[in-house]
Design a protein around this ligand. Structure first.
Ligand code: TQI
Ligand code: ZN
Length: 147
């Protein structure tokens, strides 16, 4: 029978963020062979990266995604991105949870603007050091109204 290492460490699933949105809609996401022809193109970038919306170093703008049918989703490479709460002690003060930001930006990619409901993923602020990855009923209503 199989066993795990203590604490059950594992690689994070890179599809988890997209599946949060696909489980509440008819949308399907598959990984494309080619970045150039993909509908959704995700990249890390620093400073001025050619789309007229330059990044600004640590904190400030963390990421941006454009409304449909753009499909561009850029993450600021200068942030101290954190996955599953694992932070570098030297950068904890400015740590940003990658999954929380990604779920929010995918919402923008799919066509959701900001929400006035504080619990929602699409609320325009998040307290620093916070992890917010579960869709709220407001997010689900929004995306189901659109798709
Ligand atoms: N990026 C902003 C955002 O995604 C970009 C933005 C500003 C924007 N105004 C907009 C996008 C109007 C669409 C419409 O909201 S951000 C958060 C949150 C950012 C902010 O880097 O400031 C998250 C990215 F909600 F926490 F403030 C992700 Cl989760
Ligand atoms: Zn936003």
């Amino acid at each position: 029978h199989y066993s795990f290492f203590p604490g059950r460490p594992r690689w994070p699933s890179n599809r988890r963020t997209l599946s949060r949105w696909s489980t509440v809609t008819q949308l399907n996401f598959t990984q494309s062979e080619s970045y150039r022809t993909a509908d959704i193109r995700i990249a890390f970038a620093s400073g001025d990266h050619g789309d007229g919306e330059p990044f600004d170093g640590v904190l400030g703008t963390l990421a941006h995604a454009f409304s449909p049918p753009s499909g561009f989703f850029h993450l600021d490479n200068d942030e101290n991105w954190v996955i599953e709460g694992v932070t570098n002690p030297l950068t904890t003060m400015s740590a940003v949870d990658l999954e929380s930001v990604a779920v929010h930006e995918i919402g923008h990619l799919l066509g959701l603007g900001h929400s006035s409901v504080e619990e929602s993923i699409m609320f325009p602020t998040i307290s620093s050091g916070t992890r917010k990855v579960e869709l709220a009923s407001d997010d689900i209503e929004g995306i189901q109204t659109l798709y």
